[in-house]
Design a binder for this molecule. Structure first.
Ligand code: AHR
Length: 523
């Protein structure tokens, strides 16, 4: 691994390159009234996959595991602590095989199906629409539905919306009432298909955009709900997909149609090597660490480029970018079902979370929502369960650390950080990333990540005339790069106080420890 003498200047997502070396310099544009960082950037994703729903969120009322109406209490409490703003459901690839009527009515009468995407296991549909809405209400978060466009029908999707949201008297609302819910629910976020370019139907963007127009037409606003329709967006760097969808959006606007999309999704997973050999979650080496960081940093390029295409058609940024699947995808833990995508979660995952969230914050003018995959027991989970035990992962601690950014006003920053060159990949990334916001009490929060495994980084931060007199901080780090929180043991990777930041001569000076995620509060 070698450090290249290049400095990355990043300003509101516009990378510029200049020559230079240490230290890291940050300039905060404290005068600017940036966009609000939507709390929905801190959203989560739950799929009928492995032990995410069954064993993760839901154990059923008869379980010995402490539960509230069938929901695991420990998981519910852990999710409440990080103020989960929204939860996407029922997939993922599963969504385009899901027929919602299988999941309503008396549980013992619900049909069984085979979960064809994830392990071929039998799905008994005991967690369905009412359980999901009950869970969201209990958690205090907004539901994000993903409707079945791949193998469903327009009528099926339209009736699901009617069942959930209509306040009229109709067969659907009478069915809802017969199943125990008289009042309509309020639903805002509605995905129309998932990965329609892949597991959701292998479509070309032109074909999908025509179907989207048809489906969206029947995704009507009913009762007190005003739908925010999320179209299936691009896989990673498929910019053509975004171009087609946005071109159609512009035409629809011109034609006076209201229903098409309000949000466009983007999926990007961090995969250390490749799909056939992703790399282990825990027993990785230093090269894997840096590969993972550079692959994570690709998110900056993806968001910037998709945004610039969207700007051609939508300079006012009326269509939001919804990164509704992101996170690390490692090899499954040895001995576990390959279809269940269960992986451990180390300090490296904490860095990946911190970097991605900094990127989303800095693009808050376009990124309106993001959902880490997935909430429990699958991929980069914030909590893991094992029978009646639960651990909070290092990723959970990052979501806890970044709470002050929820709905705060973005402070645009310029950052100059030395980069590392990830040999053999042709990729490089900055050691340090950052994002800043101001809350309604005027407190400024600065989140920082340092991916350098060996060296702390000196940071000089110019507050551009804003006078701060006090700074306090918190940190997530560990002695080992692959430290993780083990079931039944005291958690190792947690939030600890940090005193490496000072205000001197009106400037903020930070000694940012190696392999760390830090949050500073300035008053
Ligand atoms: O999160 C796991 C899977 O990854 C989802 O089902 C799918 O949308 C994506 O390919």
């Amino acid at each position: 691994m070698k450090t290249v003498h290049k400095i990355l200047l990043l300003s509101m997502g516009i990378p510029l390159f200049a020559s230079g070396t240490d230290p890291v310099r940050i300039t905060m544009n404290t005068d600017s009234a940036g966009p609000v960082i939507s709390r929905h950037i801190y959203g989560h994703f739950s799929e009928h996959l492995g032990r995410c729903i069954y064993g993760g969120l839901w154990v059923g009322e008869d379980s010995d595991i402490p539960n509230l109406r069938g929901f695991r209490k420990d998981v519910l409490d852990a999710l409440k602590e990080i103020a989960v703003p929204n939860l996407r459901w029922p997939g993922g690839c599963f969504a385009d095989t899901y027929h919602w009527m299988d999941g309503i009515g008396p549980r013992e009468q619900r049909p069984e199906i085979v979960n064809v995407h994830w392990g071929g296991v039998t799905e008994d549909n005991s967690f369905g629409t009412h359980e999901f809405m009950d869970f969201c209400e209990e958690l205090g978060c907004e539901p994000v539905f993903c409707g079945n466009l791949g193998s469903g029908t327009v009528r099926e999707m339209a009736e699901w919306i009617e069942y959930l949201t209509s306040d009229a008297s109709s067969p659907m609302t009478r069915l809802r009432e017969a199943n125990g819910r008289k009042e309509p629910w309020k639903v805002t976020y509605w995905g129309i298909g998932n990965e329609s370019w892949g597991c959701g139907g292998n479509m070309q963007p032109e074909f999908y955009s025509h179907l989207l127009k048809q489906y969206a037409q029947y995704c009507r606003d009913m009762g007190g709900s005003r739908l925010y329709r999320i179209a299936c967006g691009a896989p990673g760097s498929n910019y053509h997909w975004t171009d087609v969808l946005m071109r159609e959006w512009a035409q629809v606007q011109g034609g006076g149609h209201r229903h098409y999309m309000q949000g466009l999704s983007l999926h990007h997973y961090t995969i250390c090597h490749d799909w056939s050999r992703k790399g282990p979650a825990v027993d990785f080496d230093e090269e894997d660490w840096y590969r993972t960081i550079t692959r994570t940093y690709e998110m900056e390029t993806l968001v910037t480029k998709h945004d610039s295409i969207m700007n051609i058609y939508d300079p006012e940024k009326r269509v939001g970018l919804v990164v509704d699947e992101w996170g690390n995808w490692h090899d499954v833990e040895p001995g576990t079902n390959p279809g269940f995508l269960f992986q451990q979660n180390t300090l490296r995952d904490a860095l990946v979370a911190g970097i991605n969230l900094n990127i989303f914050n800095n693009h808050a003018d376009r990124v309106v929502m993001a959902n880490i995959a997935q909430v429990v027991n699958v991929l980069q989970a914030v909590v893991l369960t094992q029978e009646n035990e639960m651990v909070k992962t290092p990723t959970w601690y990052v979501f806890r650390l970044y709470l002050p950014h929820h709905d705060a006003t973005l402070i645009p920053i310029r950052i100059q950080s030395p980069e590392f060159d990830c040999e053999g990949t042709g990729m490089n990334a900055p050691y340090v990333t950052a994002s800043a916001s101001r809350n309604t009490e005027g407190v400024v929060h600065l989140s920082l990540t340092n991916a350098d495994l060996k060296n702390s980084r000196e940071i000089q931060c110019d507050l551009e005339g804003w006078k701060a007199s006090r700074v306090s901080g918190e940190i997530i780090t560990a002695d080992r790069m692959n430290a993780y929180n083990e079931f039944g043991e005291k958690e190792d990777v947690v939030i600890r106080p940090f005193d490496g930041a000072k205000i001197r001569d009106g400037k903020l000076r930070v000694t940012l420890p190696a392999k760390s995620v830090v949050m500073l509060a300035l008053k």
